[in-house]
Design a protein around this ligand. Sequence first.
Ligand SMILES: [Zn+2]
Ligand SMILES: [Zn+2]
Length: 143
Amino acid sequence: MHFKTTGLQMKRAQCNCGALTAEVEGEPEAVVACSCTDCQRRTGSVIGVGAYYPAERVRISGASTSWEREAASGKKFRQNFCPVCGSSVFFTADLKPGIIGIAVGAFADKDFPKPMRSVWEQSHHAWLGLPEGIPHFPRGRAG
Ligand SMILES: [Zn+2]
Ligand SMILES: [Zn+2]
């Protein structure tokens, strides 16, 4: 897939070894911090932060391995990781067709936009702060 030349800013996420990359165009539609235990296990960190883009503004390059699980919604969630180094780089959910989530840590950009909401705080590690002035949910946004 090739981007049209829109003049929008490009950003690049990648795995540790660099074999799997995700280039995105423009700003994310949402940035969400998720403290669910599935995100904790997916990332190996205590919180997962995802940036969500329409698929037409994302270009994935390199091989990825996909692992599918059932999300709390009951719909399928697929996480895609580098088969060489194991970094979790992007994810898709049947709940949100046409949207690709990118692991914000894979951008390695400390100035990346902060989360606009925080979900699954019932399993949040209390020592880790969260942004103020954003919606906070004990579980998913719908419940
Ligand atoms: Zn890799
Ligand atoms: Zn989660």
